[in-house]
Design a protein around this ligand. Structure first.
Ligand SMILES: [Zn+2]
Length: 269
């Protein structure tokens, strides 16, 4: 007896994506549904608390979400306009390359389970994309040399650090891939998981697609070092997919008219 071949994982088989029609006539896993998302992530995806009270503040996010049911993919497409501010023009293409490399680090990390009462359950992988668009960008990336100083919430002056404010990302010619990866996370709605203050009661709480809250992340407990907390760390957690799952669930419920449920199944924690 020879060794049996290891079967392919069911959700990677090509025929798994083949459309089927149910008895009631619904065509399952057939259509692709695109939508422009524009929301306040600090309200809809997470909250920041001080002393148990949610702090006000906005974190506007914009991106294009495509529920590509026919290929079992969820595409997060972000359009960027690259602008040279004080670097040399030749440095812009490298900035775009680093933006793509940073975004690519989010790929093959997240999978969202779609439970459709009519069509059954499938796991869809989340694909992150960068599109160069000067005419209708979601964000403008401004390339500086050097990045001008900024002020923190506490009023401290920070020199030469990349950041996103509103729909502008400020980067420098020395900004590295990890920073582009981290800032791309902000662009689809993720918060910093480090504290903005010395207040030990400061917490970040993610909202789940089922409407419940994830356990609070305290700033005095940097136990879970992630992509959104610590320089050089590429760790992605399930909570980093919640916002996309929230938007996907809303989109599919509207388009299909059924109580579809979306949950993040990869990573498992
Ligand atoms: Zn950040």
């Amino acid at each position: 007896m020879g060794a049996k071949p290891i079967p392919e994982s069911p959700d990677t088989r090509a025929d798994d994506a083949a459309p089927t029609t149910t008895a009631s006539g619904a065509c399952c896993w057939c259509e692709d549904y695109p939508r422009e998302v524009s929301t306040n992530a600090r309200q809809d995806y997470y909250r920041r608390f001080y002393g148990g009270a949610a702090a006000s503040g906005r974190a506007p996010v914009k991106f294009r979400l495509i529920a590509a049911l026919s290929t079992l993919e969820i595409k997060v497409e972000i359009r960027f306009h690259f602008v040279n501010v004080s670097a040399s023009l030749e440095q812009l293409p490298e900035c775009e390359e680093l933006t793509r490399a940073g975004a690519n680090r989010w790929n093959n990390q997240l999978k969202i389970r779609v439970e459709d009462p009519e069509c059954g359950t499938k796991d869809l992988k989340v694909v992150f994309m960068v599109v160069n668009s000067a005419s209708s960008p979601h964000y403008t990336i401004k390339l500086h040399n050097p990045i001008p100083p900024t002020q923190t919430d506490k009023g401290d002056t920070v020199l030469g650090r990349a950041y996103v404010v509103g729909d502008v990302m400020h980067v420098g010619i020395d900004t590295k891939e990890w920073t582009f990866f981290h800032e791309y996370g902000h662009c689809f709605g993720l918060p910093d998981e480090y504290g903005y203050s010395d207040d030990f009661t400061e917490q970040v709480v993610y909202l789940r697609p089922d409407g419940t809250q994830d356990p609070a992340i305290g700033v005095d407990r940097p136990a879970q070092r992630t992509s959104m907390s610590t320089h050089g760390i590429y760790t992605v957690r399930a909570r980093h997919g919640y916002g996309i799952a929230i938007e996907l669930q809303k989109l599919l419920r509207e388009k299909l008219g059924r109580t579809v449920r979306c949950t993040v199944v990869k990573p498992t924690t």
